[in-house]
Write a new protein. Structure first.
Ligand code: SF4
Ligand code: SF4
Length: 351
């Protein structure tokens, strides 16, 4: 690796291996439950904090003024997600590590026996903070790293974050995925390869996402971007093989043929506690989580979304893939939400 200091891989601690085995069993249980029944949410993304310490140029998911959602309200929202049978709850933002009560939120997810994930920019990770996340019961963490050197587009850089990654390799008992990106104004596509190699060297998994411009329209990747994208998919084949075709179509600027189960198998809960299809389709359905019912889940399961062919939200596609073989959709909706992209959507829970 050229731009950052390289260290030897840090061996996984025995306690981490035990936790990884137990996590894998729980994940298999989630897949089995999802295959057996369509009447529950498989994954929800929930925002406790719209504030972010960074200002990535492509992002519309943050501000600089919002207060954290109060803890008692967050706990109520977690309880509602449990009522809807949600298997995986992923905390995102803004920057979740700026929420003062994040550990209690994670602990509440685990109290309900659900898988707890989070998406962070990693800036606030120190050994004691990581230990607290271990103690709270965090299962998965994703960090998106956009470039090797910080620039005006993004400060989520390997140069800044490499020390944090070393802390994680040494202390974390949860699974860590490093997501790198191509497209969307990222200057050096080959940075994604440097980031991917570093992630694997430290014992993490590595994935790649594709960012688009603010219009949300699919645009094929350029020649160098495409070369890097395919090189990345070879890095650790098992991470990519299942869902390659979705990302490949995006890379080629081609529509995907799939059934989006957002609003049913996947929910996005904003900081105001409203249910949205995803971060790109805010306002649909826009129902308060407290009022969301299994009847809503059943309706949205069978509702075709006209934005599906050009959708770039790979986590919803991954969740929807579980049901691709059943229940053709019989209703249709035509949402016209905010189509700006956000790389944090690209969570990669290894199902
Ligand atoms: S992409 Fe993430 S780190 Fe960057 S501004 Fe948005 S929320 Fe903050
Ligand atoms: S943007 Fe994608 S994930 Fe969101 S509702 Fe449309 S098809 Fe589903």
């Amino acid at each position: 690796m050229s731009a950052t200091a390289t260290t030897q891989p840090i061996p996984t601690r025995p306690k981490s291996r035990v936790k990884a085995a137990s996590r894998k069993l729980r994940e298999l249980g989630i897949v089995g439950h999802a295959l057996a029944s369509t009447h529950h949410v498989v994954m929800a993304q929930i925002v406790p904090m719209r504030f972010c310490n960074l200002s990535c140029a492509y992002c519309n998911e943050y501000d600089k003024v919002s207060e954290p959602v109060p803890l008692d309200e967050m706990l109520r929202r977690i309880d509602h997600l449990a009522r809807l049978g949600t298997s995986i709850i992923t905390i995102s933002g803004g920057e979740p590590l700026t929420h003062p009560d994040l550990d209690q939120i994670i602990a509440r997810i685990r109290h309900h026996g659900r898988l707890a994930g989070m998406i962070t920019n990693g800036y606030f990770l120190m050994p004691d903070r990581i230990e607290r996340l271990n103690h709270a019961g965090l299962d998965h963490m994703q960090i998106s790293i956009d470039n090797v050197q910080p620039d005006e587009i993004s400060k989520k850089s390997l140069k800044v974050l490499d020390k944090k990654l070393q802390f994680l390799a040494q202390y974390a008992q949860f699974h860590i995925n490093i997501n790198s990106v191509v497209g969307g104004g990222i200057k050096n596509p080959q940075d994604a390869l440097t980031i991917g190699h570093r992630a694997l060297e430290l014992g993490f998994t590595s994935t790649i996402g594709i960012i688009h411009d603010g219009s949300g329209q699919l645009k094929p990747l350029g020649g160098e971007e495409r070369r890097v994208y395919y090189e990345m998919t070879k890095l650790e084949k098992k991470n990519y093989s299942r869902f390659n075709h979705f990302q490949e179509a995006i890379a080629n600027g081609e529509p995907n043929d799939w059934r989006c189960r957002a609003g049913s198998r996947y929910l996005y809960i904003c900081e105001q506690g409203l249910v949205h299809y995803c971060s790109q389709q805010r306002g649909f359905p826009g129902t308060p989580l407290a009022d969301y019912t299994h009847a809503d889940l059943d309706r949205e399961f069978l509702t075709e979304k006209t934005c599906a062919p050009n959708c770039t939200v790979s986590c919803v596609h991954q969740i929807s893939y579980i049901d691709h073989w059943r229940a053709p959709q019989t209703r249709m909706t035509d949402p016209h939400g905010d189509h700006s992209d956000h790389t944090s959507d690209l969570i990669n829970i290894e199902l």
